[in-house]
Design a protein around this ligand. Structure first.
Ligand code: ZN
Length: 375
């Protein structure tokens, strides 16, 4: 079987472009992973998600273990078959969402026990159980089970939590075992502290992983603080392995992260914002519910290749959003995912050509212009 591998094809400053190869297909980096929380990217058919340019999806262990359960998905042939997505899937470990969604959480050295936010049933996730669930799902890229403390927190809390996560990383590695063609990623923790991040990176590299995530960011610290950490955190991780920034972000967060050496990202923002009537465009955010669009026959973004822009007017998108028609979520999500994938594609091209600094200037200048003037 083909093994999991990563090849960098070009660098420009700290930014890198390359290809992650897996038995289920290649992932062009920098890569944006749409989020398919409950075995679906909401409002999208899998073939349409692929048409936007996505090479890989993210699935959520916490949601899937509760409903329909990992065991049921395994009996039905695994997550790829279940949701009709044949290309690579990355699953998170469940840890982050236990902390953000579940009730009555109890954290011990062994793992986390909690009550389901759906029906109150009691569950436990340990590093070993997280590896088992992600294997039952058939995930191509498996994430270590870790703990992510909410920020702000004091240094001792961050340090203790990071060290627990490193012990869990070792247990995750042992439980994952040797699975050719599948990858296990470690997750760096340490809050905003450079020395704790360095300790975490060293501990992970001692264990050895196929890729490394920068965890514990995009949890309310703000873009300036996140970028300060990204000025040093990716450099603490191996050059020759993929680096994944979890849960990021807005378009300018993504561009700033790529400029600092990040290869992979995921975020619910393009799909969630689509459902609430927000479109990301080259000229910034457009709120389609705004009355200024009611009579506007022009496309959302004349340069966009998606069906929402190619086949419909702003007036129509405004109308179906106001009328709460299902096609509103479909078209707006399709547009936003297309915008995100085209953003990644443009960054990959600019890095390959060595023009990423100029490309970033043009990206920021277009956003500062703002939306086209009302008619
Ligand atoms: Zn579009």
């Amino acid at each position: 079987m083909q093994r999991f591998s990563f090849a960098r094809t070009a660098t420009d400053g700290k930014a890198r472009t390359g290809v992650i190869s897996t038995p289920r297909g290649d992932i062009r980096t920098p890569a944006f992973m749409p989020v398919g929380t409950a075995a679906t990217v909401k409002a999208m058919m899998p073939a349409s998600v692929r048409e936007t340019g996505a090479d890989i999806l993210l699935g959520n262990t916490y949601h899937l273990m509760l409903r329909p359960t990992a065991e049921r998905i395994d009996r039905l042939g695994g997550l790829h078959k279940f949701m009709n997505w044949e290309r690579p899937i990355l699953t998170d470990s469940g840890g982050f969402q236990v902390m953000s969604l579940a009730a009555l959480r109890k954290l011990t050295e062994r793992g986390v026990t909690f009550k389901s936010h759906i029906d109150g049933s009691k569950h436990e996730i340990t590093p070993e159980r997280s590896m088992e669930i992600q294997k039952l799902l058939g995930s191509d890229i498996v994430m270590c089970f870790d703990e992510c403390p909410a920020l702000p927190a004091d240094r001792k809390t961050i340090s203790d939590s990071m060290q627990l996560s490193m012990r869990w990383a070792a247990r995750s590695r042992d439980a994952f075992g040797d699975r050719p063609g599948y990858a296990l990623f470690g997750i760096q923790q340490g809050g905003l502290e450079e020395d704790l991040r360095a300790q975490s990176a060293a501990a992970l590299q001692d264990i050895g992983f196929d890729g490394y995530a920068v965890g514990g960011l995009a949890v309310g610290e703000g873009q300036a603080a996140m970028f300060r950490v990204l000025d040093f955190a990716p450099d603490q991780l191996p050059q020759d392995k993929p680096r994944y920034l979890m849960g990021v972000g807005k378009p300018d967060d993504i561009v700033g992260a790529v400029a600092r050496g990040i290869d992979m990202m995921d975020c619910v923002l393009p799909s969630r914002s689509g459902r609430t009537g927000q479109a990301f465009t080259r000229h910034g955010v457009v709120n389609i519910k705004n009355a200024r669009h009611a009579d506007d026959p022009r496309p959302l973004d004349a340069a966009c290749r998606c069906p929402a822009c190619r086949d419909y007017s702003r007036a129509y998108l405004h109308h179906v959003f106001r009328s709460q028609e299902i096609i509103s979520s479909m078209l707006m999500t399709w547009h936003n995912l297309t915008y995100y994938q085209d953003l990644m594609s443009a960054m990959r091209a600019a890095i390959a050509q060595g023009t990423f600094a100029d490309w970033q200037d043009a990206f920021h200048a277009a956003r500062e212009e703002g939306d086209i003037p009302p008619l």
